[in-house]
Design a binder for this molecule. Structure first.
Ligand code: GDP
Length: 319
């Protein structure tokens, strides 16, 4: 395979831990950039951790110049859409400008070492905003509706610019992807952890925002598999990574309560208008035909199984 060293930004999150496990399993030396003070509870001990801020461009560039990795995965992001409204300039800096600085660093390393550096940008379905069509593909127009999506759209476009310049750069348009390692800041884990608490008598109610939003909920380890396949494909490209089926937040709630064996759960759910977002895409569903055909990628876990695994883990954690 020839890949010896990978550099992963934002490695302390859900995807970083699965990606690190996957790369180590492939025999790759994994270097991770994490913010100092950030806890990386799922990151394997073999990972070489570098503390730093992606926005500190000179420091990150110096580190990359020194490491000269074969693969760079940019997972670092201010990942909360809701929080991007509170801090739109920070979202622009981390999700937009810092990704572009990293592309430039990759380009400089590739040139200086005269070798291929594969760059994988983790983009988001939020770049489509309230989408012009459903399901969305790589050809769907970008029209984000929140600061998070707009910053991600800039980094997505710049990945294409660097690809034209000769860098092996891919942008993966990721849809919501979940696992028991998901932070409870996201709706799925908030639901499964609260449902487990209700099922074990530790909580009374589940307070949510928009129950009608439909999302293409995938499995985080499957998404990580797409990242690695894109990095090792002969050319860089843009790929939608999705299951092709969307479910509403309400459907997720129903499936979680049902799996936990809680009946009459409707009275346990309360909508708090404060949790509604100024704009929230109605339905994000992706068409991953290109990833399936060009990368040989396919999701391995469907919606009911994802809900089940998350609820089971939360029940175990709380018992
Ligand atoms: P996102 O799609 O990356 O923003 O992932 P989230 O899991 O945060 O949100 C997914 C959907 O769930 C969005 O449409 C939210 O508006 C909706 N949602 C409904 N209630 C909640 C809640 O209490 N917390 C979060 N995070 N999202 C909620």
């Amino acid at each position: 395979m020839g890949v010896s060293r990978a550099f992963v930004t934002g490695a302390s999150g859900q995807d970083g831990s699965y990606l690190a496990e996957r790369l180590l399993g492939d025999g790759v030396e994994v270097h991770a950039l994490t913010l100092s003070g950030e806890v990386s509870e799922h990151l394997p001990p073999e990972v070489v951790i570098h503390h730093g801020d992606l926005c500190d461009v000179p420091a990150t560039r110096a580190l990359l110049t020194d490491l000269a990795p074969d693969e760079i995965y940019n997972l670092a992001a201010l990942s909360s859409v809701a929080a991007s409204w509170e801090d739109p300039d920070l979202s622009a800096a981390v999700n937009g400008a810092a990704a572009v600085a990293l592309l430039e660093s990759a380009w400089q390393v590739a040139r200086a070492r005269d070798k291929q550096v594969a760059f994988v940008q983790c983009s988001s379905a939020e770049i489509f905003g309230e989408p012009a069509e459903s399901p969305q593909s790589e050809a769907t127009p970008l029209r984000p509706v929140n600061p998070y999506g707009a910053a991600k759209a800039y980094a997505h476009l710049m990945t294409g610019v660097y690809r034209s310049r000769g860098l092996h750069a891919s942008s993966l348009v990721l849809y919501n992807h979940e696992s028991p390692r998901r932070s409870p800041r996201f709706v799925t884990r908030k639901i499964t952890s609260t449902v487990a608490a209700i099922a074990t008598g530790r909580a009374e109610e589940l307070v949510l925002g928009n129950l009608d939003a439909r999302r293409d909920f995938g499995w985080a380890p499957d998404v990580v598999d797409a990242m690695v396949r894109a990095a090792r494909h002969h050319d860089g490209d843009d790929y939608v990574v999705a299951t092709g089926t969307s479910h509403s937040v309400r459907e997720f709630v129903a499936a979680a309560f049902s799996h936990a064996g809680v009946t009459n759960w409707e009275r346990r759910v309360r909508v708090d208008p404060a949790l509604l977002r100024p704009t929230d895409p109605t339905d994000l569903t992706g068409d991953a035909t290109k990833a399936r055909t060009q990368l040989g990628w396919a999701p391995t876990l469907a919606f009911p199984e994802i809900v089940k695994q998350m609820v089971d883990t939360d029940l175990e954690l709380q018992s």
